[in-house]
Design a protein around this ligand. Structure first.
Ligand SMILES: [Zn+2]
Length: 339
């Protein structure tokens, strides 16, 4: 019997279709990836992103993945024989090797790791591939970057909250919560809230169907919605509010966040709470501080616009049209408030 991955099984029609898609997708990216020397990857990424409806970061990651793979001839030969690596696995390889200078030094080990040994072998998951590479390379010194917070819905009405911070801070938070929960019957979420202290205002929106939701459009459970309706102070938000000041008022921010839901740059899904409000026509060029001249932009895309690398316009329905290289792309607001 011949060693092969199950997902490459020649007698399995669906597996063969999968292999075809993996091959075709890789070849598309190989063609789209620019030469390393003499091109501006950021510009190329914007062009490719416009054609495929992807953020330029997602495109850049794929350029880098193709480039990394091309530095490893042995792995490439195995890949071209089996077409067993999908984009998730290729991205896992390239991100795990991101900080090493000589990807080719890992070529032989990876080619060997990603060659099947038995018949119908299970293909290593992206996580397993990352773990394998992590076992080969030196642990990098952490980069100095700002801490971040993220949330991820479990899809069952519960949400995971995470903080990206230094190993030491994370250990402190984990240990404090563990100690608190050991001496208390109260839920971990409540203890966490007590730990971070403070009082915040959250904006909750009523969509056109009369249901409560977040600016992202995500709904609340019936129990939560009932509780929130009891607690909430109602405000009617209006699009044509304006001020002479540079700063947007909290009411305007609530409106713009609820209208846009996330960053308005094509393909970008950074949620509104991690975004800045952008004056579409700059304030010092006469642009109004009003929702009619405002959009949510993540820091990265806000900088791109502020430094005039890209241009955009907003119309009366809050549709924003971007000029990206040779392409023009329009993004529509994605939040629960109709524009
Ligand atoms: Zn963005």
């Amino acid at each position: 019997m011949q060693a092969n991955y199950k997902i490459c099984d020649f007698d399995d029609e669906l597996a063969q279709q999968g292999a075809f898609i993996r091959r075709y997708e890789y070849l598309m990216w190989e063609q789209a990836t620019p030469e390393v020397a003499g091109t501006n990857w950021e510009w190329e990424a914007r062009d490719v992103g416009a054609s495929l409806g992807m953020s330029d970061q997602a495109v850049l990651n794929r350029f880098l993945a193709v480039y990394t793979l091309q530095q490893m001839p042995k792995l490439m030969a195995v890949f071209r024989r089996y077409w067993h690596l999908d984009m998730r696995r290729i991205l896992a390889i390239s991100s795990a090797l991101n900080f090493v200078e000589d990807a080719e030094a890992y070529d032989e080990a990876l080619a060997d790791f990603l060659t099947p040994r038995v018949e119908n072998e299970d293909i290593p998951s992206p996580r397993k591939i990352r773990a394998f590479i992590a076992g080969l390379v030196e642990v990098p010194t952490p980069v100095e970057e700002e801490d971040q917070i993220w949330t991820r819905s479990n899809g069952d009405g519960r949400v995971a909250i995470g903080v990206i911070t230094s190993t030491a801070t994370a250990e402190l938070i984990r240990q404090t919560l563990r100690e608190k929960s050991a001496s208390s019957e109260r839920p971990l979420g409540e203890l966490f809230l007590e730990l971070i202290g403070g009082k915040v205002t959250i904006n909750v929106y009523e969509n056109t169907a009369g249901k409560l939701c977040r600016a992202s459009g995500a709904r609340f459970s019936h129990v939560e919605a009932t509780w929130l309706r009891e607690q909430a102070a109602r405000r009617l938000l209006q699009r044509d509010e304006a001020t002479n000041a540079y700063r947007f008022t909290p009411r305007m921010r609530a409106y713009i966040a609820g209208r846009d839901g996330h960053c308005r740059y094509p393909g970008c899904q950074v949620p509104e709470y991690a975004c800045d409000i952008d004056h579409v026509v700059e304030f010092d060029r006469g642009g109004a501080t009003s929702p009619t001249n405002a959009q949510m932009l993540c820091r990265r895309h806000h900088n791109l616009k502020t430094t005039k690398q890209v241009q955009c316009q907003i119309d009366e329905h809050a549709a924003v049209t971007w000029q990206l290289g040779q392409h023009s792309v329009t993004t529509l607001p994605g939040g629960p408030i109709p524009p």
